[in-house]
Design a protein around this ligand. Structure first.
Ligand code: FES
Length: 177
């Protein structure tokens, strides 16, 4: 027997420590990876989402008369960091003489209330602080600082698609939020 080799008990102890070291390292790496997914998703999600356009199907395009806007509701998939949920949204669509199909966000440009269409006055009316908008979105009265916000829209096979976006309330021009 070689007098310089460690006793069998020490060798066992050393390989047990080695195994524990590797095992702890693997567990640590696994925990880091599990934590990194939501963290990276929340950091990079807004950046990646900001770059790609996202068409959402609203539904069959109804027949539009030039003086009567139509409110359409649809279900949209909202993504916040790693949380995904279905949200009910709506848009106003009008057939503007000369401009054709125009889609408005239903959110008032003043402080974000939902407005409605007054069929008698032929105006969009926001009940919160009394802003009035014309069919073409122009501000007629009230504190609204800019016209109604338009959304990008397209029609494919008779189905309407929009790019849902939100804009800064109270700003004099459209600023994406
Ligand atoms: Fe519409 Fe104030 S939120 S007028």
């Amino acid at each position: 027997m070689n007098s310089t080799s460690p006793p069998a008990g020490d060798q066992e102890e050393s390989s047990r420590r080695q195994f524990l070291k590797i095992f702890t390292g693997i567990i640590g790496l696994f925990i880091c990876m599990v934590l990194a997914v939501p963290l990276l998703s929340s950091l990079l999600g807004p950046v990646l989402r900001g770059k790609k356009s996202r068409w959402t199907k609203v539904g069959r395009l109804p027949v539009l008369r030039s003086e009567d806007p139509v409110n359409l509701s649809f279900s949209d998939r909202a993504v916040d960091a790693y949380i995904r949920e279905n949200i009910s949204r709506d848009v106003w669509i009008v057939n503007l003489p000369g401009n054709g199909l125009t889609v408005y966000s239903p959110i008032c440009t003043h402080l974000g209330c939902h407005y409605h269409w007054d069929a008698l006055k032929k105006q969009f009316v926001c009940p919160c602080h009394g802003s009035f908008f014309a069919l073409d979105g122009a501000v007629l009265a009230g504190p609204a600082p800019r016209p109604l916000d338009t959304l990008s829209a397209k029609v494919e096979n008779g189905e309407l698609y929009v790019e849902w976006e939100r804009f800064e309330p109270g700003a004099s021009r459209k600023i994406r939020v």
